[in-house]
Write a protein that binds this ligand. Structure first.
Ligand SMILES: O=C(O)c1ccccc1NCC(=O)[C@H](O)[C@H](O)COP(=O)(O)O
Length: 211
């Protein structure tokens, strides 16, 4: 699928605080990610998710991020989520058992075949492409070689991995993704977003999408 999107959607990931969510919503961010994997420095509990998600207005997508976690935990979080992001080694058969649309994160190992992955995860609403660092499932703050992304792929691409206000314009122009996803590049510290970095990031995406 090769599509010229009218604009590049934006997902900010790793929210832990109401005030950061309010700022992201005010900036027009499309999707907010919540890390439900307890080993992450950005993780939140289901109870915290319930409180944070309650303040997200209509038309902003609440995304729950899981890494090889039990179906029971995901079910517990579902009332507060619009979309599930699977960031581990979950097979498609696991991902599609929930009553929610889902996306699959893929780490860009040297041997990954994105066309094969798109076929394997054919029910995913998009593929999120992230940097590969052995032993870390995501949120590394590292980029990968964007030229490895095929010009045409059977699924919309969400570009992730080490994006910042400084490199996002080049990324959008080169990859022309459906959406971009950032966590570390808009943070003051893990789980604490920086209002100026969030605003700069959105501005750069908007400018690059318009060209
Ligand atoms: O953020 C985490 O700690 C994390 C832990 C385990 C799996 C995924 C995780 N984060 C995912 C993301 O925040 C983004 O989808 C993506 O990896 C971009 O992160 P960054 O490179 O920091 O912008």
């Amino acid at each position: 699928m090769s599509v010229n999107y009218a604009r590049t959607r934006i997902k900010f990931c790793g929210f832990t605080r109401h005030e950061d969510i309010a700022q992201a919503v005010a900036l027009g961010v499309d999707a907010l990610g919540f890390v439900m994997w307890p080993k992450s420095a950005r993780s939140i509990t289901p109870d915290t998710l319930q409180g944070l998600a309650a303040n997200v207005p209509a038309f902003v997508t609440r995304v729950g991020l899981f890494v090889n976690q039990p179906a029971e935990l995901i079910e517990q979080c579902l009332p507060y989520l619009d979309l599930i992001q699977f960031h581990g080694d979950e097979p498609a058969s696991f991902c599609q058992q929930f009553d929610r649309p889902w996306i699959k994160a893929l780490r860009m190992r040297d041997d990954i075949d994105l066309h094969q992955a798109a076929a394997e995860y054919s029910d995913a609403k998009a593929l999120l492409l992230d940097a590969y660092r052995p032993g870390s499932p995501g949120g590394t703050g590292e980029t990968f070689d964007w030229s490895r992304i095929p010009a045409t792929l059977a699924k919309p691409v969400i570009l992730a991995g080490g994006l910042t206000a400084g490199n996002i314009a080049a990324a959008v122009k080169q990859v022309m993704p459906y959406a971009v996803d950032v966590s570390g590049g808009i943070e003051a510290s893990h789980g604490v977003k920086d209002a100026d970095l969030m605003a700069s990031f959105v501005k750069q995406v908007t400018l690059a999408s318009a060209q």
